[in-house]
Design a protein around this ligand. Structure first.
Ligand code: G6Q
Length: 547
């Protein structure tokens, strides 16, 4: 049996699970009027209410015992100290250094990384100010109106989600476009909207070797050169964000227009680095720094608060409770707000690429569940779609509801309606609708007794589906920074307890390599027979359809 399952706290949780599994949260709330106070906490003005979880004080104590016995106290300190917690690549994972607003020295291989971090932040400020103020001119002397971020995965999802989330702060910025997919329609549809004289391309790629991004970058460059007077114009219209200086130069981008970051920044943790250049251009560097500040506040909380009062740790351990003891296989995130609608997709990468692993730090295959399938979408839309499965389906789907107390766009009572729906759904997931309540509702509608009896089983909702509710004053750069950092540390905490390397992605790299082998065989005329029968069949079928 694995080390984790041998831990006393794990065994105690297993025994405790047998006691609590059939208890209904309705009863827990009835028995304890202090349940909200007991199971909620704030960081700044962000609230986490975790009272609608299938826990009591014993559960929380045992979960924190488990975190401690699995070494999380030490793990978080090692992360902040720049230890090589990405152990399969022997690297630090130091996204916290990128937003270390107090400039506490953080050493990697004996060198303080903060001067480098601050140098690039300064470079981003100078450049984004020039573009936003109209001082940076295109080849024909006109200011930049459109910015296109060419990147994929970690070099796309973060900046795109943040720009969308902070739309109200981008009103004075350029129009933003994100091209990630190698599907030709993505770049084709985007280029159709653009004027080369007033467009800036950011080629965002940590490796500067990702085929999809490089293909899009080459296409953008060819399109640009069809209009621009000559290759000299490239320097006012193409900048690069990368760790790979040589490849940037080889592509033809002036190294003076390169924004650097480092191998200790993981792709899906990189929006805080120069990969956030698109964000800085859109909302301005002051707001970008607010985003960093919000994340830093959550970092300080995560680093210093005892595990019992630690928001990311509490969320992490609740996830472990459901995944490892209740057998829940997914976790949903429902932002109640239009601007955050892309958050679930962003978190899908952050969580699933970090903890979708099955070998622990001793090189052993784990014998317990690890990262859940993460999904979700904007409220209230989900209520009219997939929420049915949670109310009455056969899966337990722990979830997070997110909401701002204030809207960026107050219109009539829309925002109050939004909040009412959020609270109502979280309550419905918890309470459900009992037989007696369903019967009373139908009686009140004047239905006859036979119809009531027939419909009754269909009307009952079991409830007891756990949820967290996270509330904040307003969606600002600062609160968004805290929110993203909250999830990052939750993911790290879970991965640490599971013994995983949350910062590598060997599976993603397998996909990158295989596509490279297949491409030349799609392009050739001859039928293919060297792969497996299905791959051969699919390629040859397509060849038959090529026009
Ligand atoms: C993130 C992943 C992956 C990566 C992309 C893009 O953690 O490693 O999503 O960000 O594959 O890689 P490049 O930035 O190197 O192009």
């Amino acid at each position: 049996m694995s080390e984790l399952r041998e831990l006393p706290a794990w065994k105690a949780l297993q025994a405790h699970y047998e006691e609590i599994r059939d208890r209904h949260m309705r009863d827990m709330f009835r028995e304890d009027p202090q349940r909200f106070q007991r199971f909620s906490l704030t960081v700044g003005d962000m609230l986490l209410d975790y009272s609608k979880n299938r826990v009591d004080e014993t559960t929380m104590r045992l979960l924190m015992d488990l975190a401690r016995q699995a070494g999380l106290d030490d793990g978080r300190q090692r992360m902040f100290a720049g230890a090589p917690i990405n152990f399969t690549e022997n690297r630090a994972a130091l996204h916290v250094a990128l937003r270390n607003r107090v400039n506490r020295p953080i050493l990697v291989d004996g060198e303080d990384v903060m001067p480098r971090v601050n140098r690039v932040l300064h470079q981003m400020r100078v450049f984004s100010d020039q573009v936003r103020d109209g001082e940076w001119r295109g080849y024909s002397g006109k200011p930049i109106r459109d910015v296109v971020n060419l990147g994929v995965g970690g070099s796309d999802l973060g900046p795109q989600m943040v720009c969308e989330a902070l739309t109200p702060y981008g009103r004075n910025g350029p129009r933003m476009h994100f091209v990630s997919n190698v599907a030709p329609s993505h770049i084709a549809e985007t280029l159709r909207l653009l004027n080369p004289e007033t467009t800036l391309f950011i080629v965002s790629s940590k490796s500067f070797a990702t085929e999809e991004t490089m293909a899009n970058a080459r296409t953008a460059r060819s399109w640009f050169l069809m209009h621009a007077p000559g290759a000299r114009s490239i320097k006012s219209h193409f900048v690069a964000v990368s760790t790979n200086r040589e490849a940037v130069k080889a592509f033809g981008i002036d190294p003076a227009n390169m924004f650097e970051f480092w191998d200790w920044v993981g792709g899906r943790y990189s929006l805080w680095s120069a990969i956030g250049l698109a964000i800085a251009l859109y909302i301005g560097m002051d707001h970008f720094e607010q985003l960093l500040k919000g994340a830093h506040a959550m970092d300080e909380h995560f680093r210093n608060a005892p595990l019992e009062e630690n928001m990311p740790v509490i969320m992490a351990m609740l996830g472990i409770w459901y995944g490892n003891f209740f057998g829940a296989q997914s976790h949903a995130v429902y932002p109640y707000g239009h601007y955050l609608r892309r958050l679930p997709q962003y978190l899908q990468q952050a969580d699933m690429e970090s903890n979708g692993k099955s070998v622990d730090r001793n090189g052993e295959r784990v014998d317990y569940a690890t990262g859940p399938v993460l999904w979700g979408g904007a409220g209230t839309n989900g209520q009219h779609a997939y929420f049915q499965l949670i109310h009455q389906g056969t899966h337990l789907v722990p979830c997070d509801f997110l909401g701002a107390a204030n809207s960026q766009n107050p219109v009539d009572n829309h925002h109050e309606m939004l909040l009412a729906n959020l609270f109502a759904q979280a309550k419905a997931f918890m309470m459900g609708r009992s037989e007696a309540e369903a019967r009373a509702e139908m009686e009140a509608q004047g239905m006859d007794a036979a119809a009531i009896e027939r419909l009754l089983p269909y009307k009952v909702c079991a409830g007891n589906n756990p949820s967290n509710v996270i509330l904040y004053r307003r969606l600002t750069p600062r609160s968004l920074g805290s929110l993203i950092a909250l999830y990052e540390h939750k993911i790290f905490s879970q991965g640490y307890v599971w013994g995983l390397d949350s910062f590598d992605q060997w599976g993603v790299e397998l996909g990158k390599r295989l596509a490279g082998e297949i491409l030349p065989r799609i392009e050739g005329d001859t039928p293919v027979d060297e792969f497996d029968a299905s791959t051969n069949g699919l390629i040859n079928f397509c060849k038959g359809l090529f026009e």
